[in-house]
Ligand binder design. Structure first.
Ligand code: ADP
Ligand code: MG
Length: 397
């Protein structure tokens, strides 16, 4: 249950508010932001804080500059972009710590916004160095964490600082993410279905085990399906199989049977000669798999079965594409799942970077109930792990 204080629980007016956001957006060589999803996702919190007269200091990381100042990882393009979205100036700080930045923070007036330079220009950020966190903390009176995407990392600006500045509270995005994911798990409308795909079983074993406690059915697709099929004796040619997980796959199927959870595996596939966008491919059922063929997408029969399941569900959690959707020829299964979810009035929650990318590519993002902005963080949450960036926030009174 979400029991942390939020921005609505505290006074922010005239306060210097340090707000950790996730502005880790893709920026091309010309400095153009090619996907602004994460910036827009932080707007409700930013607008609330500005509207309530906070002196707003935003902080984020961008890329992996490895503790050194790297102009190609500067957040300056984001300051300009955010300024245009907000219709007001966003002051770009020269750094995230130091005298010059401190002076700018001191001068900030109510309703003004400043963006700190990339916190990962200092190794103290990822090291969660207490001295670095203390330096960040000198800038502000209140701490807000709205960076769900990095909540699974204990870094100085996501965790360390929250022990120094109190109150430390959640922003709207953080609150939304935790409430949607949390209520799906704690109190789902049934039937509750999980759709799991992606490359490997090993990435998602803990999630599958946790979900077996919660869901009515699991639909499996993508590369991980082949380890399950092979474990059951199906020949899967040269498909992606994790040989060292075959026993585990059988054990998961057994656990599912005992818990009365139906597990669906693909009955048919698009099988390619090689792993390439333009590879010749055929459509085969489980008993016809060619020895040299590689399953790169679920087939039409499986699509029909999965669509029917989705149509009858009240809650659906989706993590991981049904095939190699990066290649258009093998994107059909993933698109079909996205379309079935869009057409259904179930509560749909999409987590996982690649599944979200697939939904965006199909332009169906507005038809989903909730799209998580944090692939890694949402997986760890679903695995039942505590997220350090959340744990460190002040509890509700
Ligand atoms: P997410 O980011 O949504 O959690 P993953 O990162 O676990 O998803 O997996 C996504 C990757 O899985 C994609 O790059 C996709 O190409 C790959 N994938 C899906 N199906 C297959 C398959 N049949 N064989 C090999 N790779 C696959
Ligand atoms: Mg991924």
């Amino acid at each position: 249950m979400f029991n942390k204080q939020t921005i609505e629980d505290i006074v922010v007016t005239d306060k210097r508010v340090f707000c950790r956001v996730d502005f880790n957006v893709p920026i091309d060589k010309k400095g153009i932001i090619t996907d602004d999803t994460r910036i827009r996702a932080a707007l409700p919190t930013i607008s609330y804080l500005i509207g309530n007269g906070a002196r707003l200091i935003l902080a984020s990381h961008l890329g992996r500059p490895k503790g050194k100042h790297d102009p190609s990882a500067s957040l300056a393009p984001v300051a300009a972009y955010l300024g245009a979205l907000l219709g007001q100036q966003v002051i770009m700080a020269p750094d995230c710590i130091g005298a010059e930045t401190a002076a700018l923070a001191e001068k900030l007036e109510s309703g003004q916004v400043m963006l700190l330079e990339n916190v990962r220009f200092h190794s103290g950020e990822t090291d969660n160095d207490p001295a670095f966190a203390a330096q960040l903390a000198t800038l502000a009176d209140v701490y807000v964490n709205d960076a769900f995407g990095t909540a699974h990392r204990a870094h100085a600006s996501t965790e360390g600082i929250a022990h120094i500045i109190k109150p430390a509270v959640a922003g709207y995005l953080m609150q939304n993410e935790l409430q949607y994911l949390g209520s799906a798990l704690d109190n789902p409308q049934r039937p509750f279905i999980a759709i799991l795909g992606g490359a490997k079983v090993s990435d998602k074993i803990t999630v599958i085990e946790k979900l077996l406690e919660k869901v009515d059915s699991i639909l499996i697709g993508g590369g991980m399906a082949y380890t399950f099929l092979k474990a059951q004796g199906v020949s899967v040619g040269s498909s992606l199989v994790e040989e060292d997980r075959l026993t585990m796959a059988l054990d998961l199927l057994d656990q599912a049977r005992k818990k009365n959870v139906s597990i669906f595996l693909p009955d048919d596939h698009l099988v390619a000669e090689n792993f390439a966008a333009d590879s010749p491919f055929t459509m085969v059922c489980n008993d016809q798999f060619p020895a040299a063929g590689m399953g790169l997408d679920i087939g039409p029969q499986t699509i029909t079965t999965y669509q029917k399941q989705i149509a009858s569900a009240r809650t659906v959690l989706w993590n991981g594409p049904m095939g190699v959707f990066e290649f258009d020829a093998f994107a059909k299964g993933t698109l079909a799942v996205a379309e079935a979810l869009a057409a259904s009035d179930c509560l749909s929650i999409i987590g996982g970077g690649d599944s979200v990318a697939a939904v965006n590519k199909a332009k169906l993002q507005d038809k989903m109930t909730h799209i998580s902005t944090g692939g890694g963080a949402s997986l760890e949450f679903l695995e039942g792990k505590a997220l350090p960036g959340v744990v460190a926030l002040s509890d509700k009174e």
